[in-house]
Write a protein that binds this ligand. Structure first.
Ligand SMILES: [Zn+2]
Length: 111
């Protein structure tokens, strides 16, 4: 039987204690049933920092906006309105000077 990796540090050395799973690396304890139920984000920025709704981020590279000639410059600030997991563009952002758009998590870093 294999246990899921730690949702915080991705350690594979998790072990089970009754209903809890425990990570020996970062001491995170969680209940896999609950973890599944609540919608805690596992979307990470370019540095591996977990992103949450409401976080402010900055772009780490120029991004061309699909379907337009607009280019979002590196360093542009954005605010995460919503996180959509499992897609190409995980972050529904309000971008300074550009309005609402979807941004790929690995192209931003938490401000
Ligand atoms: Zn951990």
């Amino acid at each position: 039987m294999s246990l899921p990796p730690c949702p915080i540090c991705k350690s594979e050395f998790t072990y089970q204690d009754q209903t809890q799973l425990i990570c020996p690396e970062c001491a995170h304890e969680w209940n896999p049933e609950e973890e599944h139920a609540n919608s805690q984000s596992t979307v990470k920025d370019a540095n591996g920092t977990l992103l949450n709704e409401g976080d402010k981020v900055t772009l780490i590279k120029d991004l061309k906006v699909k379907g337009s000639s607009l280019i979002l410059k590196v360093g542009t600030k954005a605010m995460i309105r919503r996180i959509v997991e499992g897609k190409d563009h995980q972050l529904d952002c309000k971008v300074d000077g550009a309005g609402e758009m979807m941004v790929t998590a690995k192209f931003v870093k938490k401000a």
